[in-house]
Design a protein around this ligand. Structure first.
Ligand SMILES: [Mg+2]
Length: 332
């Protein structure tokens, strides 16, 4: 378990964060080690201490064949392991399998090595401060995600202030803090400002989502209410897209299942993340090629990353070409 400090405090609708606690896992097989990182989030009620306990008590469920990914996944699910723990173990197993066969994970999965460029997230602040941060970020990033939901009547002004300093694609994320009336007022104005899509405007499960999907001029993506493969089908009448996060769905195999189901239902997809080290972001970087949009800035928020192996190149978060996840300790 370790604490990762942020470069600067980050504010979203429900909280301000200055650091995050993560749990790194290691799975050994025939002298080879696979690594993964769990990034527990308070929103889903699993602490770092519980994550560590669940991870340690999972060793006996892994068996002796790291390639038996489907069976291991079923065993962990049946034993009630939270998705954040399953995702870390799944990442470590993919790292291990890739190392054992000498292939990077993206290649092992038959995916392209690169996905769409990542957005950079701008936390909630006063509109001028957010515009200043946007102006600073656009030399490095090709698109921006603006956090909204401050409940102070300034959300549209925040986007307008950022739009004044850049023409780049803008997405917004409300993290459940608008009502239907606010959403119907704000979204047409955000459409005029060229906002590409809006993440989770209403509270997870809000019955008004069906109405908002029909009326919104901006595509709606669900995040907090679409966590696992079982949530995808009902998302089709409530939104235009979903945000997939490995720590909430349970890992790479579950994420691929969500993307396939989403596509069959006509939903667009984005890949999201929590704040994490390069080890925590690596599994996402390896599957980014599956998604329409990518929001993988979680390791770029961290001040002193203990791991390296995800390359930020021309706005893209590129996975390593080395076997497995291709991540190693920064000191190595
Ligand atoms: Mg979100």
């Amino acid at each position: 378990m370790r604490t990762l400090e942020f470069r600067r405090p980050f504010r979203v609708s429900r909280s301000v964060a200055t650091e995050t606690r993560v749990v790194d896992v290691e799975i050994r097989h025939e002298g080879v080690s696979g690594f993964g990182e769990a990034t527990p989030s308070r929103r889903y009620g699993v602490s770092a201490e519980e994550t560590l306990e669940w991870a340690e008590s999972s060793a006996g469920l892994l068996g002796d064949d790291p390639f038996a990914l489907e069976d291991i996944g079923f065993r962990l699910t049946d034993a009630g392991r939270p998705t954040v723990v399953r995702a870390a173990l799944d990442a470590a197993l993919h790292d291990l399998c890739g190392k054992l066969v000498g292939l990077p994970v993206w290649r092992l999965l038959g995916l392209p090595s690169a996905g769409p460029p990542t957005s950079w997230s701008i936390g909630i602040g006063d509109p001028d401060e957010m515009a200043r941060q946007a102006a600073e970020a656009i030399s490095r990033f090709r698109c921006l995600k603006i956090k909204l939901g401050a409940r102070d009547g300034l959300d549209v002004e925040r986007v307008r202030a950022v739009r004044r300093v850049t023409d780049c694609p803008l997405r917004v994320d409300v993290n459940e803090y608008w009502t239907l009336d606010e959403a119907l007022d704000h979204l047409p104005r955000l459409a005029d400002l060229g906002v590409e899509y809006c993440e989770q405007p209403l509270k997870a499960g809000d019955p008004d989502a069906v109405d908002l999907r029909r009326k919104s001029p901006v595509p709606i993506y669900l995040d907090e209410e679409c966590l696992t493969p079982a949530d995808v089908a009902r998302s089709a009448e409530r939104a235009h897209g979903i945000n997939v996060k490995l720590e909430e769905c349970g890992g790479i195999r579950e994420a691929i299942g969500m993307v396939r189901t989403a596509r069959a239902l006509g939903l667009r997809t984005m890949l999201g993340c929590n704040a994490a080290s390069a080890l925590g972001i690596a599994p996402e970087a390896h599957i980014a090629g599956l998604f329409d949009h990518v929001d993988l800035d979680g390791n770029l928020l961290i001040a002193d990353d203990p791991w390296r192996g995800v390359d930020f190149v021309d706005g893209h978060q590129l996975p390593s070409r080395r076997p497995g996840l291709g991540v190693e300790p920064e000191a190595a």
